[in-house]
Design a protein around this ligand. Structure first.
Ligand code: AMP
Length: 187
């Protein structure tokens, strides 16, 4: 089972992905985590993307597609992948379909965490206070939300055409969202 956890920034994708890893043994592939790790390591890539990330903009498709390709190759035996924060553009979604097809695989389901942007702004303000992530500051968050609405939201139609989208209320508490996702995935 390969699934995309889809939704705006701060909708809870990472939290739910980690639960699925613990419960089902799937491998979480978060491009945001990969990029933060690259920054923490001080690599050339990390330095290249730092300012873009802090501003809340998307890094280039080429960079994230390559990260995903490498991570998939490094986890060949995984029982399933959870794509978290990827794809974020149509070009990324098309590249992902191609990568999976090369291995005889495909995206089985897209779990869409539905969330109210105004409440996300509140959530993010809280996370900024607690964790201090630079791109959680109010200005950057506006840019991230806008990137989601203009570049990422069109993916819903892309996956709907393939009949793969299942909606879940992302504003419910963590346990409820987890149960709803389990219901969608079955078993
Ligand atoms: P996230 O933790 O998923 O919210 O990602 C944090 C930041 O990393 C984003 O605001 C982007 O700057 C960058 N990023 C993560 N994933 C992608 C992606 N699939 N495409 C482009 N940029 C990304």
């Amino acid at each position: 089972m390969n699934l995309v956890l889809f939704g705006p920034p701060a909708a809870g994708k990472g939290t739910q992905a980690k639960r699925l890893v613990a419960e089902r043994g799937y491998v979480q592939l978060s491009t945001g985590d990969m990029l933060r790790a690259a920054r923490a390591s001080g690599s050339e890539l990390g330095q290249r993307v730092a300012a873009i990330m802090d501003a809340g903009s998307l890094v280039s498709d080429e960079i994230v597609i390559e990260l995903i390709e490498d991570a998939m190759a490094a986890n060949k035996g995984a029982p399933g992948f959870i794509f978290d924060g990827f794809p974020r553009t149509i070009a990324q979604a098309e590249a992902l379909d191609g990568l999976l097809a090369r291995h005889g695989k495909r995206i089985d389901l897209v779990v869409r965490l539905e969330a109210d942007p105004e409440r996300l702004v509140e959530r993010i303000a809280k996370r900024f206070a607690e964790e201090g992530r630079a791109d959680d500051n109010p200005e950057s968050f506006k840019v991230r939300l806008n990137a989601y609405l203009t570049q990422t939201a069109p993916l819903v139609a892309y996956y709907q055409e393939q009949g793969k989208v299942r909606g879940v209320d992302g504003m419910a508490d963590i346990e409820c969202v987890a149960r709803a996702i389990s219901g969608v995935l079955g078993g």
